[in-house]
Design a protein around this ligand. Structure first.
Ligand code: GLN
Length: 244
């Protein structure tokens, strides 16, 4: 399982969010504390962030190397601030290459998407994708990319961010199942599912963090029960159980 993180709130630098905390996503790439599957997350990483004064679509930086092996990210991270971020460090599921195109977050239009887990039958899930998709990143050779394609189809058909993720979970459960901790943003909200792996939320004075595991020892981290959808927007955080 990979580890991922989403943030919505007052602008914060990528370094403060991803590298500085005592058990940051950066550290989780070699020493995750709550990971149930896999030991290190060294098969690439990615960070997507929004700068609404420039454009509604996010910027996204991905590499196939471990995050600790990328001095260019360490150099830029303190200089870039955003109020909405999705980041992930990857432990490639066996059979899927450690290629940059397979690293989350995936993006199309204003959406960012990340997946912790694996699908049991990738070929079945790929059959659910439109054959003529313009969402090129959904064709990357990894199960997560197909899930992204499904989510985009649902969002483009006007599903809310959270309903799109629940729709992906339902579709995949009907096509062989899997572990489906999903995380997405559209720039003004976050949504995440806890379906098979850990998910935590931290409400700060000026923002909310969703993360596969706590990035520090604050007692304020709230563990999200399995089979839940978490939605975060300007109204705050809501947790609902997913009716399966
Ligand atoms: N199956 C996805 C991949 O190979 C996610 C892996 C994970 O959560 N470790 O990238």
């Amino acid at each position: 399982m990979c580890r991922h993180l989403g943030y919505l709130g007052a602008p914060i630098s990528l370094a403060s969010l991803v590298m500085a905390p005592s058990h940051s996503l950066y550290e989780q790439s070699w020493a995750p504390r709550r990971q149930r599957h896999g030991t290190v997350n060294a098969d690439g990483f990615g960070v997507g962030w929004y700068v609404p004064s420039v454009r509604p679509e996010p910027a996204r930086y991905r590499r196939s190397v471990p995050i600790w092996n990328d001095p260019s990210f360490a150099s830029l991270a303190p200089t870039v601030s955003s109020g909405c971020v999705v980041a992930a460090v990857r432990s490639a599921t066996a059979g899927y290459p450690a290629d940059e195109s397979n690293a989350a977050p995936f993006t199309f239009g204003r959406w960012l998407f990340s997946h912790n887990g694996r699908v049991s039958d990738w070929s079945q899930v790929r059959k659910l994708l439109p054959v003529d998709t313009e969402v090129h990143e959904s064709l990357a050779p990894v199960d997560s990319a197909a899930l992204f394609g499904l989510a985009v189809s649902l969002w483009r058909a006007d599903a809310s961010l959270g309903d799109g993720l629940v729709g992906v979970v339902s579709a995949v459960l009907a096509a062989g199942g899997g572990r489906l901790n999903l995380l997405a943003s559209d720039g003004s909200s976050l949504a995440a599912t806890a379906c098979g792996d850990t998910l935590f939320a931290l409400t700060l004075a000026d923002g909310v963090v969703l993360a596969s595991e706590p990035y520090d020892d604050s007692p304020a981290w709230q563990e999200i029960p399995d089979n839940s959808l978490v939605e975060v927007d300007s109204a705050g955080l809501r947790v609902t159980s997913i009716a399966l």
